[in-house]
Design a protein around this ligand. Structure first.
Ligand code: PLP
Length: 406
């Protein structure tokens, strides 16, 4: 059944905002999505009624706060089809989740080992591995893409050698929108004995995630891109691997017993959750999952893809010299583009004056920009609350911008 977008919009007070005296058209959802009242209200409720530190107190408030946090862990387990809550680790976001794996799982890598990344990775899935290179003499090999922005699977396969220990790649590209064949990529990596981390930051708001079906070893994503609170992310890890990994950070909550002679660590998942977590946000994250599930990911995706199809068609037909980066057959609702030789910042700034929020620049994917030989792009990205009217207003605004710039 089609979604009632007008009704959905009423749940996002920020969408009533005006920018430069015009109704806000928010097309920067890839960077972060907006948050419905049900999530904001839950944050307020937590602060006003049950703020107490988790896992530490015997008193009622602490137990309530703990239960609210652990409720979200169970919700996440079910959302991604993990087999147990021990496999769900709360982090600050996708970035911290990947850093955790690079630092902790990477601890076992030996000089000469190799890892495979792709050219379309966000810096969050490049730099942690480069930091590891400071400690270990490992080699990074890079999978390339075709002109549509799709992984060249033959070239990807050819990168694996007996020294490959890890493959780490995004499920969906934050620039190109490409939905990667991650199940196949995982299978190839496993065939070569390499572990697999999937950066799901751009998949989790749009696509169903089934870590059991994907058979990946790690899967990372962020709440703030899923209509949830900022500062919270999830690392899924296969239990057998997590059990063999050293802690990422040390501190409270992650220990069994501490003495100056030695320390023993807590069981999973707490071994990887040192310090006080953002338990208020984690609790409220379950409301964002409720929001997504009440609409249904299939319906969300269908709506977003209709916006993508319509906008792409109009942009291509009506704007001269427009080039879209990322035209994969399997693509999510992200449009990165340049028009002639106009600079992305000029286009973005003028669109802002017309009330349209898009992102400009390298989108934390500088190697991808180098691959295309461009400084950056303008990027419009859709979420469930965007309307056809907004898509049309964006294209019309871009036409005006091009008139101004020429
Ligand atoms: N990976 C991808 C593909 C992303 O798009 C992003 C953010 O835009 C990240 C990782 C980093 O996410 P976060 O900043 O929430 O840690």
């Amino acid at each position: 059944m089609a979604l009632d977008i007008a009704e959905i919009r009423t749940r996002f007070p920020i969408l009533e905002r005006k920018v430069e005296g015009r109704p806000l058209i928010y097309l920067d959802n890839t960077a972060t999505s907006q948050t419905p009242s049900i999530v904001v209200d839950d944050i307020v409720y937590n602060y006003e009624h049950c703020k107490a530190n988790v896992h530490r107190g015997v008193h009622a408030l602490s137990q309530e706060a703990t239960e609210r946090q652990e409720h979200t862990r169970r919700r996440v387990r079910d959302y991604i089809h993990a087999s147990s809550v021990e496999e769900v680790i709360f982090t600050r976001g996708t970035t911290e989740a990947i850093n955790l794996v690079a630092a902790s799982y990477g601890d076992r890598f030996r000089d000469g080992d190799e890892i495979v990344l792709t050219v379309m990775e966000h810096h969050a899935n490049i730099v942690p591995w480069q930091l590891l290179q400071r400690r270990k003499n490992i080699k990074i090999r890079v999978a390339l893409i075709n002109e549509r922005g799709e992984i060249d699977l033959d070239q990807y396969r050819s990168l694996f050698t007996p020294r490959t220990v890890m493959a780490s790649f995004c499920h969906v590209s934050n620039v190109l929108g490409t939905i990667n064949p991650v199940k196949e990529m995982t299978r190839i990596a496993h065939e070569h004995g390499a572990a697999v981390l999937i950066d799901g930051a751009q998949a989790s708001p749009h696509l169903p995630i089934d870590v059991a079906d994907l058979d990946c070893d790690f899967y990372a994503f962020s709440s703030h891109k899923m209509y949830g609170p900022t500062g919270i992310g999830v690392l899924y890890g296969r239990k057998e691997l997590l059990e063999t990994m050293p802690p990422y950070q040390g501190g409270g909550e992650m220990i069994k017993h501490v003495s100056f002679e030695g320390t023993t660590f807590a069981d999973l998942p707490f071994k990887f959750e040192a310090g006080t977590p953002d338990f208020v946000g984690i609790a409220a994250f379950s409301k964002a999952l409720d929001f997504i599930e009440s609409l249904g990911l299939e319906a969300i995706e269908a709506h977003e893809l209709e916006l993508l199809r319509h906008t792409t068609e109009r942009l291509t037909n009506e704007i001269e010299d427009l080039h879209i980066y990322g035209t994969a057959t399997h693509k999510s609702a992200v449009i990165s583009f340049l028009v002639g030789d106009t600079h992305p910042y000029d286009v973005g700034m003028l669109l802002d004056k017309l009330g349209v929020a898009v992102r400009t620049g390298h989108h934390c994917a500088q190697p991808l920009m180098q691959f295309f030989g461009i400084p950056g792009t303008v990027r419009a990205s859709f979420a469930v609350y965007n309307t056809m009217k907004e898509a049309d207003a964006f294209v019309d605004a871009l036409k005006r911008v091009m008139m101004i710039l020429h």
